[in-house]
Design a protein around this ligand. Structure first.
Ligand code: GDP
Ligand code: GDP
Length: 437
């Protein structure tokens, strides 16, 4: 499971600047959709090879008792509970503020490992920057600049080292393990009902006890003689003989499950409009590169007009998921699930596709012949050959010259050609450009 890092501090110390630096979206596709990435407080973070989930807690004014500030403080506390390690940000320019002490006291009580980072330290002497903050009793402060990047890497290393997370990510050979499936969606769309219908209690082989947020709750099951693993997201706990949702919706658990899955089933409620929360979750799935199948639940009892309206709403608001198939289902009545599950297998196969270099290169050549990339200044991007750089999601690495000039629209054009040629339905596809090799 990816570790969870929460960034905490009073307003204006630079939390969102740091968050944006750590979570720079790696997928242009998601960034293209304005509104989706704005105002995001959860993100997939990366520093070098190290990956984590990052929470920006917004402003924390611990003195407020009511109103929006108190609400933010509540959210901060919630985020800290869900985090494995906390980065406590203070401001080098303003020095120690009274709120910093209150926050430090709160953090100490949570028992979470805390990394004290003094932000806006660019161009300042280390001792000047940090002198004030030893008295917080949170150990050696680290001087950083969120805006310029100084010290950020060392800070993340320290945070992850505090958790004993190894520097090198484990090699996981996804091919000979059972496919891992996560069912995600906002509260009440029917995730637990669906999982109950799908798995049925008798097929459950083993069950781990719930622990901290870092413990995965995996439910192995078989279907048509094939082994699968369902990753818990809904807070599904075994109580007596049935699964029951006893926890509130958790963005962190959702993100971890997405990161941990091969295929994600995004569940939507046909009887409700697509909401911003649906779109956010969808954005995370694309961002993580996971194979995806859409399940539109509660299709029972809908008339033709409502069905049409639901389809249109999804097509319009979740346009960026057009690589995935949409399945109307009823988790309660049990219909649509067989087809949905076939598609889960198909999406997985697409995500694990082998893309041989000769065919990739041929398709690249044909695509360029059909439509050349635009000239940028004096030069035109020149594409020489392509090879596969990974799977789940499939990555196509394109080699050539002046490739930084490839536009987003040309990238999408190429993506479409590769998708069509390799029948890549149900999985995001990443293109990477390498100049001069
Ligand atoms: P938040 O309220 O804690 O999320 O703070 P913001 O990220 O919105 O930053 C508050 C202000 O501090 C903005 O004007 C930022 O440009 C500025 N800021 C953030 N990080 C740095 C930094 O590393 N150095 C300097 N000089 N300014 C910074
Ligand atoms: P979760 O929060 O996503 O796990 O949602 P639940 O499985 O707890 O379901 C939320 C509510 O939706 C419950 O009242 C279910 O009975 C109802 N529900 C779930 N699936 C269906 C369905 O296929 N059709 C209808 N009409 N209601 C459903």
């Amino acid at each position: 499971m990816k570790p969870v890092i929460a960034i905490v501090g009073r307003p204006n110390v630079g939390k969102s600047t740091l968050f944006n630096r750590l979570t720079r979206s790696r997928d242009a596709l998601v960034a293209d959709f304005a509104g989706l990435t704005r105002d995001r407080h959860y993100g997939n973070g990366r520093m070098g090879e190290r990956e984590f989930i990052c929470i920006d807690t917004g402003g924390f004014e611990p003195v407020a008792k009511t109103g929006i500030l108190a609400e933010m403080a509540k959210q901060t506390k919630q985020a800290v509970v869900e985090a494995d390690v906390v980065i406590f940000l203070v401001d080098a320019r303003l020095g120690m503020a009274p709120q910093d002490r209150v926050i430090a006291d709160f953090l100490r009580k949570t028992g979470r490992p805390v990394i004290l980072a003094v932000n806006k330290a660019e161009g300042m002497a280390y001792t000047t920057v940090t002198a004030d903050f030893y008295e917080l009793g949170l150990g050696e402060p680290i001087a950083i600049s969120s805006a310029h990047g100084d010290g950020v890497r060392a800070m993340i290393d320290e945070a992850l080292d505090a958790l004993g997370i190894p520097d090198e990510p484990e090699e996981d050979d996804k091919t000979d393990k059972p496919m891992r499936i996560a069912v995600v969606g906002r509260p009440n769309v029917g995730k637990s009902t669906f999982i109950n219908t799908l798995i049925g209690e008798e097929r459950v082989i083993a069950f781990d006890m719930p622990g901290t947020t870092r413990d995965a709750i995996d439910v192995p099951f078989t279907r048509n003689g094939k082994p699968y693993v369902m990753i818990d997201t809904a807070g599904l706990r075994k109580r007596g003989k049935v699964f029951e949702a006893i926890e509130k919706f958790s963005v962190v658990k959702t993100l971890q499950a997405i990161a941990d899955a091969n295929v994600v089933i995004l569940m939507l409620d046909a009887q409700q409009d697509i909401s911003e929360q649906d779109a956010h979750i969808a954005g995370f799935i694309v961002d993580a590169g996971r194979a995806l199948v859409l399940a539109v639940n509660k299709w029972d009892g809908m008339d033709d007009y409502e069905k049409e309206r639901a389809r249109t709403d999804i097509a319009r608001k979740l346009r960026f998921l057009d690589f995935a198939n949409v399945h109307p289902i009823s988790a309660i009545k049990g219909f649509g699930i067989k087809e949905l599950f076939k598609d889960v297998d198909a999406a997985y196969a697409a995500a694990m596709s082998k893309l041989p270099t000769p065919k990739l290169t041929r398709i690249l050549e044909e695509a360029v012949e059909f439509q050349q990339p635009k000239r940028v200044g004096m030069s035109r991007p020149k594409m020489r050959y392509a090879h596969q750089g990974g799977s789940n999601p499939p990555i196509v690495v394109i080699h050539g010259n002046a490739l930084s000039g490839v536009t987003d629209s040309y990238r999408r054009y190429l993506e479409g050609r590769f998708r069509e040629a390799f029948k890549l339905r149900g999985t995001p596809l990443r293109l990477e450009f390498k100049t001069g090799q």
